[in-house]
Design a protein around this ligand. Structure first.
Ligand SMILES: [Zn+2]
Length: 86
């Protein structure tokens, strides 16, 4: 009778060990490196959204193209007076 109990306990221990070992770290936190890595920035001149890697940065602002970078931000009419009057 005590042997049966011993086997029962042994079986339980083995069962618990197997259950533990089967608990793998399956929950991998997959970071999406490419899906949302491209941060979109808005052109300071025309407001179009371009990937940051393709944008042209100037003075802390981003522009969609070289002409817009030269033209500068839209709201820069008041600064520097007649900068575009040449
Ligand atoms: Zn633009």
């Amino acid at each position: 009778m005590s042997k049966l109990l011993l086997f029962a306990i042994l079986g339980l221990v083995v069962y618990l060990l197997l259950k533990r070992s089967s608990r793998r770290p399956a929950q991998r936190r997959q970071e999406t490196p490419n899906a949302s890595a491209q941060q979109m920035v808005s052109c300071a001149h025309c407001g179009v959204y371009v990937p940051e890697s393709e944008s042209l940065a100037s003075g802390g602002r981003h522009y969609c193209s070289e002409p817009h970078r030269k033209l500068g931000a839209t709201g820069s009419a008041g600064d520097a007076g007649d900068a575009g009057k040449h």
